[in-house]
Design a protein around this ligand. Structure first.
Ligand SMILES: NC(=O)c1ccc[n+]([C@@H]2O[C@H](COP(=O)([O-])OP(=O)(O)OC[C@H]3O[C@@H](n4cnc5c(N)ncnc54)[C@H](O)[C@@H]3O)[C@@H](O)[C@H]2O)c1
Length: 435
């Protein structure tokens, strides 16, 4: 076998994380020229690359675009959207799954919102001509090494979870997965023969210190924006790469005295996620463990159509996308649930642009839409839902109607904010706002 090689490093990989933007109180990692400049009160105009992709992608991205427009007018933000091909539609248009123009446009923008790629039509293509290859090229091209996947059980959808209500209720956790290193990329890898002439297949789990440090920083910053608890998951009782992982995470922890750090072996973490998921706030882990645990965590919520994700790098735009695929079985039928993409747009605002208020408005609008009982087919169940404080009847709607309802909820938040403002101004002028 060849000697072990580290994963390919981007040119910026060894720079400290001062180019990583997280809109935290101390702003220690706020150095990205694009994002920080854009996030000031003066310049709040953002270029967003939209990659609708295939299948239900265009349907759900169209809803998310309208939602971003609505929230922008509310918050004094201007968005410039540019739509580019990726995946199967790019293959049809340009013969490749990620045209150069798409990548260069995405790199120049402030954030990228992706729908989904793939479909039956391209399933038998050669690997380099598969839509999925375009997605991997996009992630690599943007250098996004940190994948953030929240798993939130909405109270309105608690019955969709396969877990008992008392276990699933209130689950709100975030998995921070290292995305560009570890065994999926480590070398040597391949097939060979052993000394007896039998076939072997081999891969290499390898992490360099800087790769662990940068994902640890992302995770600590993420925990700081949540409930301040971080659990690092590894297999440090067996694997050297995990031993280094734990050592470096502990070292980075000294920069975050306000965050409560714990460690857990991956086999136990897999069990605890099912046994008592509420114990977790933020989880940080390597590529392969994160792949498995984030899928497991997402299933706690019971609904793939509700789950957003963010992939972030050290500099440049983040990539925001629902975790679901292109759902070719329901594409073009107005049946898709757009909320995972709408919530991805909220993550884009929070983690990509530092627009926390705007992100909250979108999340509140999604909650209100669910509270009113609107459901796409994937989250619909007939009958009454008892929310404790009131009962509601569900209304089955399509993708477009669900989007309209989210926009209505944003409008009502606008109206309420305007009324408060008028009341404040009238009272400040000595009048009685209620009369
Ligand atoms: N990130 C991506 O773009 C991505 C991720 C996974 C799969 N894919 C691709 O998507 C295609 C289909 O893959 P799959 O069927 O394994 O996974 P999928 O996520 O597309 O669909 C799985 C099931 O969930 C349903 N579903 C998914 N999203 C939904 C939504 N928003 N609303 C309602 N129902 C929804 C589908 O109808 C289907 O029954 C394949 O070509 C695959 O390669 C792409």
């Amino acid at each position: 076998m060849n000697s072990v090689q580290l994963n390919p490093t981007p040119s910026t990989a060894r720079t400290p994380l001062n180019s990583f933007y997280f809109p935290t109180k101390n702003r220690r990692f706020c150095g990205s020229t694009i994002r920080c400049a854009a996030a000031t009160a003066k310049a709040r105009a953002f270029n967003i690359t939209l990659l609708p992709g295939d299948g239900i992608g265009p349907e759900v991205v169209s809803v998310a675009k309208d939602v971003l427009h609505a929230v922008a007018s509310f918050n004094g933000i201007t968005f410039h959207f540019e739509e580019m091909p990726v995946g199967g539609n790019a293959l049809d248009l340009a013969g490749v799954p990620l045209p150069d123009e798409t990548l260069s446009n995405a790199k120049k923008s402030d954030a990228v919102l992706l729908g989904a790629i793939g479909g039956y039509k391209w399933d038998n293509n050669e690997k380099h001509l598969k839509p999925e290859t375009g997605l991997l090229q996009l992630r690599a091209g943007l250098g996004v090494f940190a994948n953030l996947r929240p798993a939130t059980v909405f109270p309105q959808l608690v019955d969709s979870s396969t877990l008992k209500k008392e276990v699933a209720e209130g689950v709100d956790l975030m998995v921070v997965r290292e995305l560009t290193g570890g065994i999926y990329f480590g070398k040597p890898r391949g097939f060979d023969k052993d000394e007896n002439g039998d076939e072997i297949g081999f891969n290499t789990e390898v992490y360099a210190g800087y790769e662990i440090d940068r994902i640890a920083h992302v995770a600590f910053e993420t925990a700081r924006k949540r409930r301040g608890k971080l659990c690092s998951v590894d297999k440090a009782n067996v694997l050297e790469a995990s031993m280094l992982w734990r050592k470096r995470v502990i070292k980075i922890a000294s920069d975050y005295p306000d965050i409560e750090l714990s460690h857990m072996y991956v086999d136990n973490a897999a069990m605890q996620l099912i046994r008592d998921p509420k114990q977790f706030d933020t989880i940080v882990t390597n590529n392969i463990f994160g792949d498995i645990l984030s899928d497991e965590a997402s299933m706690l919520t019971g609904s793939i159509g509700m789950l957003p994700s963010a992939s972030l790098g050290e500099s440049g735009p983040g990539l925001f996308e629902p975790i679901h695929g292109s759902a070719p079985d329901i594409a073009g039928q107005d049946k898709a649930n757009p909320l995972a993409t709408v919530l991805s747009a909220a993550m884009l605002l929070r983690y990509g642009l530092g627009e926390e208020d705007a992100a909250k408005i979108i999340e509140n609008a999604v909650q209100e839409t669910l509270n009113k009982g609107f459901r796409t087919g994937d989250i619909f169940s007939s009958g009454k839902i008892d929310l404790g404080w009131y009962c509601l009847f569900q209304k089955l709607v399509g993708c477009k109607e669900m989007g309209e309802q989210v926009l209505c909820s944003i409008d009502s938040q606008k109206l309420a904010a305007t009324q408060i403002l008028i009341k404040f101004v009238v009272e400040a002028c000595g009048g009685n706002a209620d009369s």
